[in-house]
Design a binder for this molecule. Structure first.
Ligand SMILES: C[S@@+](CC[C@H](N)C(=O)[O-])C[C@H]1O[C@@H](n2cnc3c(N)ncnc32)[C@H](O)[C@@H]1O
Length: 247
């Protein structure tokens, strides 16, 4: 299989064990996109963070370079300024967001694990975008509840990227729909869940893939009928569903 984290000479990225983070018909075509359109334009800091992350034992979790590029363009297209990210890991999507926002842009970044964020932090600091980030360590849900209880946060976010515990996505959605502004966007990551959503019941799935599969199926069903949003589910990375709040 083609290297996912191209350019890195370290141990192979964990994605390779479970299929790359794309639903294209061939690894070669995915590699073509990375090498033609993504890597040549990837900021040096993001390349450095991608390569550092590739050496980490949980590198399976990182956002892929093509999705990082997608997020960056999307944020610029919608002129995002105030954003939130749930699920930071070493910070690849966070750095992509921080680089895309204007100098006075803000990212509220939530993760239960600060240690992994600190792997990326020196690179984020070197890229001179750390001042945009307010990192909070801890489970996201209680913090979202605090914000829900404070009117000033309602409708205050231009963009929210959710890439954390899939069994909580519907709980997040119940809160985020009030926190994102009308016309703002929530992006739910991994909504194609490694292709497992259409696997037969007896398919040999990894334990965690099988465990979270039903939650992702439920999320997709709920988003599809939610009248408060317009949606588009894109086969970028492991699938990202964009939800634009309409009322
Ligand atoms: C797939 S990784 C995020 C990848 C990241 N977006 C990137 O670009 O590398 C998922 C992250 O969600 C975090 N997480 C899991 N449960 C969480 C929770 N309840 N609240 C906040 N973060 C959580 C994990 O610690 C992990 O770092």
């Amino acid at each position: 299989m083609a290297a996912v984290n191209g350019g890195s000479e370290s141990q192979p990225a964990k994605h390779q064990e479970v299929g790359h983070k794309s639903f294209l018909q061939s690894d070669a075509l995915y590699q073509y996109i990375l090498e033609t359109s993504v890597y040549p334009r990837e900021p040096a800091s993001m390349k450095e963070l991608r390569e550092v992350t590739a050496k980490h034992p949980w590198n399976l979790m990182t956002t892929s370079a093509d999705e990082g590029q997608f997020l960056s363009l999307l944020l610029k297209l919608i002129n995002a300024k105030n954003t939130m990210e749930i699920g930071v890991y070493t910070g690849y999507s966070l750095l992509s967001t921080a680089l895309a926002l204007p100098d006075d842009g803000k990212i509220l970044a939530l993760d239960i694990n600060r240690e992994n964020y600190e792997i990326g932090l020196p690179i984020i600091e070197k890229a001179r975008v750390a001042h945009k980030i307010d990192f909070r360590e801890g489970p996201a849900l209680p913090l979202l509840d605090q914000m829900i209880n404070d009117e000033k946060f309602h409708g205050s976010f231009d963009f929210i990227f959710v890439d954390a515990d899939k069994d909580n996505y519907l709980n997040y959605h119940k809160r985020l729909i009030d926190l994102v502004k009308i016309g703002g966007v929530i992006g739910y990551d991994n909504t194609l869940w490694n292709g497992s959503l259409v696997a037969p019941p007896d398919a040999p799935l990894r334990k965690y893939v099988r465990y979270y599969r039903d939650f992702v199926l439920e999320l997709n069903k709920a988003l599809a009928i939610d009248p408060r949003i317009e949606i588009c589910q894109l086969p970028v990375g492991d699938g990202i569903t964009l939800c634009r709040r309409i009322n």
